[in-house]
Design a protein around this ligand. Sequence first.
Ligand SMILES: Nc1ncnc2c1ncn2[C@@H]1O[C@H](COP(=O)(O)OP(=O)(O)OP(=O)(O)O)[C@@H](O)[C@H]1O
Length: 357
Amino acid sequence: MSSVLQLKNVHKAFAGVPALSGIDATLADNAYISLLGPSGSGKTTLLRVIAGFEQPDGGEILFAGKRVDSVPPHERGIGFVFQNFALFPHLSVAQNIAFGLENRVVDPVTDPKVVAARVRDIISLVGLSGLEDRATTQISGGQKQRVALARTLVTEPSMVLLDEPLGALDANLRMRMRSELRTIRERCGVTFLHVTGSETEALAMGDTVLVLDRGRIAQSTDAGSLYSRPASADVARFLNCYNIFSGTVEGEGFHSPVGMLALGGSRQASGTPAYAIRYDRVSIRPQDAAAAGDEVRIEGSFVASEYSGAAINSFFTLDDGRVFEVETHLSHVAPTAYEERGRYALVWKREDALVFV
Ligand SMILES: Nc1ncnc2c1ncn2[C@@H]1O[C@H](COP(=O)(O)OP(=O)(O)OP(=O)(O)O)[C@@H](O)[C@H]1O
């Protein structure tokens, strides 16, 4: 697979405080890439450095194999879609889209016929046909998002950076726009780098997910591998689908605040010892149920359940006071009612746990 962008040891600090601490990454051509990280991890700074709005303090940025560190933003061939869309309120949908093409610094298009044809093509690509003459104050949030994207795509960028592009939309529309964005990207064939703080959005959209943690790439892999094999307890924590215990490995057990957890399966070097078990790998049994030889069993008191359509998430408090979450997919079993404050056995297979050493 060929690459569109390479980052080598990219650094950036603000007033001596590091925002990017040595970013190494290679982004494939013609791919959807999610950039996931908690607030303050450096996502926006990384996008701005790639776009050229911000100068890195050190490192190299190569775009299609050429260094672009000293190339101004408008000459990089990189499109940028802002979270708030930044549309011109006094211009129509078509005029907003044409603006970028007519006014671009490199190779502006001045022939009105060519502009009109390109705008028409891009309007159809993003699904805005029929709204050409509407004011951008008279269209919905999802339509504004499409205008913002069309305005970037019409300039034929070699890559598009999207900073929380779905952040301003309501939950329903956000879900719909996920697949729209993927479809539009496939049609135009350029790499999208999509910044999000939402793990579900990152996993749903990215062919590859880059996880940023305190200015470093903590993991870069496909969504399936990230979900089932996070590289560290910190990455597992961002994914929001693991119960995580700190502690230490002692022989064939993990010494945790809720007791010794028997180990099976593999161990992963990550620098900080931790034990992680996915919410949906745990089964809830009556307190007197015994565990099999290949299982781990702890006890918890039931607090509440939350129904979310295809699954139920049940919350228990453990003996050290922490909350432990279990996700039960309703395609497997009928929902069970648990007794409030009742004690239950929480059981999983030893080999399903991730053990970081
Ligand atoms: N212009 C700036 N001046 C000073 N500090 C900055 C500036 N821009 C970013 N920072 C700092 O750099 C770090 C990374 O910020 P950045 O905005 O890149 O994070 P982020 O992951 O995009 O966060 P969020 O999801 O909250 O937008 C933060 O500690 C932030 O306070």
